[in-house]
Design a protein around this ligand. Structure first.
Ligand SMILES: [Zn+2]
Length: 158
């Protein structure tokens, strides 16, 4: 990508991998690479880049999800309906773990865990140990003591 691949005015093609001019012998006149080695290198790089983009997208989504959940906890909320959560931009396809224990569906996004029904999430809880020294962008999320003690008590309306 980014390389000039064809100069139509002169009929010269450049290798997509190294940028060298491709010498056409008796072979195909539409080759994009000067050698099989360059072709492999190019495709390996593309694969690596696309994997990297894929990873970054997942990481970004998880981070965005975490910010939303952190915000809810900061507001003292431990339960929210899925429609509202979706409106906040939460992406339900990305979690860091999922366990089904009996009838309970337990999810986590890094340190934050929650349970979910088809209509809402509840028992939203941060397991963050603020003593570990790491901080999020907005500072460590602190869960009010009373909320921690109440544990899973909140599951009704907001
Ligand atoms: Zn080449």
């Amino acid at each position: 990508m980014g390389y000039l691949t064809k100069d139509s005015s002169e009929g010269i093609n450049h290798c997509l991998a190294c940028g060298d001019i491709i010498e056409y012998g008796l072979g195909r006149q539409d080759r994009k690479f000067c050698s099989p080695g360059c072709k492999n290198r190019y495709h390996n790089k593309r694969r690596a880049q696309s994997w990297e983009r894929y990873q970054q997208k997942i990481q970004k989504t998880l981070e965005d999800n975490h910010k939303i959940l952190s915000k809810l906890l900061q507001l003292g909320l431990t339960s929210i309906d899925l429609v509202s959560l979706g409106r906040l931009g939460y992406n339900f396809n990305y979690v860091t773990s999922y366990h089904k224990i009996g009838r309970r569906s337990l999810y986590s996004c890094y340190d934050i865990t929650y349970e979910a029904t088809p209509s809402r999430i509840f028992h939203l809880e941060s397991h963050w140990d603020s003593g570990s020294g790491l901080e999020t962008e907005e500072g460590a999320v602190s869960v009010p003591e009373e909320l921690k003690q109440r544990g899973c008590a909140v599951s009704g309306d907001l």
